[in-house]
Design a protein around this ligand. Structure first.
Ligand SMILES: *[C@@H]1O[C@H](CO)[C@@H](O)[C@H](O)[C@H]1NC(C)=O
Ligand SMILES: *[C@@H]1O[C@H](CO)[C@@H](O)[C@H](O)[C@H]1NC(C)=O
Ligand SMILES: *[C@@H]1O[C@H](CO)[C@@H](O)[C@H](O)[C@H]1NC(C)=O
Length: 235
């Protein structure tokens, strides 16, 4: 009964367009064909911009669920770039301090690029319409910090401000930039203040077929959708 109510609520959220899709973004090592970075999350952008009447508006948009997303990046340094072509993109650069394979990784730098398109930025000023904007931040607080070789896990939304006018909100995050085996996350280090899931004992998901591999092409990447198994984390 409880489960069916939850399922109904998820359906309602999707119908109302309030559910932010969760993607699984992967960077593949061009030599070995192995996934070297995997990051599962949903991401919402909040971007301030100048409107036609010179007031400041805030545009809010999320990474879409469709297969139009391009993923690129490099394994070393660990960089993940997720692009909604012609609209917006972001890239995340990870750092590690792990001599002898022991230590930590964390998110070091985030960059965003977006076009001031009228359909994403209502009433955008005619002087800036369709212009490309780029913002980069080197984070001064350490986030997603995790034991090297493990994965970072956090259900709770994590807000990353970039240069005062852009804010990224990562939700339902699990990510690992180093030491993946067979596309699978290693031991998860869960963020300290995560809420305890209300329905902790869901049956395991059926195994999914392995993703296609393209070992010959350079920045080969793939993106698959994965349903969020339990909506109650969202509170
Ligand atoms: C907006 O500001 C620009 C200069 O910054 C000015 O030329 C323009 O008249 C202003 N528009 C309005 C509607 O106030
Ligand atoms: C992500 O990659 C695309 C394609 O190479 C590039 O145009 C874009 O500027 C990159 N985005 C960021 C934020 O670096
Ligand atoms: C901005 O881009 C939109 C969609 O690509 C296009 O319809 C519009 O004409 C462009 N506006 C200007 C001023 O270039």
């Amino acid at each position: 009964m409880l489960l069916s109510v939850v399922v109904l609520l998820v359906g309602l959220n999707v119908a109302l367009g309030t559910e932010v899709p969760r993607g699984s973004y992967k960077v593949v090592d061009k030599k070995s064909g192995d996934t070297c970075i995997r990051a599962d999350f949903s991401l919402t952008f909040d971007v301030k911009y100048r409107k036609q009447d010179n007031t400041t508006g805030t545009a809010t948009f999320s990474l879409p669920p469709d297969d139009d997303i391009d993923v690129s990046g490099t394994c070393d340094p660990a960089v993940l770039n997720v692009t909604n072509p012609g609209k917006f993109s972001f890239s995340a650069t990870f750092a590690k301090l792990a001599p002898l394979g022991r230590g930590k990784f964390w998110l070091k730098e985030v960059a965003v690029q977006y076009y001031l398109l009228p359909d994403l930025f209502p009433d955008v000023s005619s002087e800036t319409v369709n212009k490309s904007m780029t913002e980069t931040v080197t984070l001064d607080t350490v986030i997603f910090v995790t034991k090297y070789g493990d994965s970072y896990l956090c259900r709770k939304p994590k807000v990353v401000p970039i240069q005062n006018n852009v804010q990224l909100t990562f939700s339902d995050v699990q990510l690992q930039p180093y030491g993946l085996k067979d596309d699978k996350f290693s031991t998860a280090q869960e963020c300290a203040d995560d809420p305890t899931p209300l329905l902790p004992s869901l049956p395991p998901l059926p195994p999914s077929p392995p993703p296609p591999r393209h070992p010959t092409s350079g920045t080969t990447t793939s993106r698959t959708r994965r349903p969020v198994p339990c909506a109650s984390w969202r509170g």
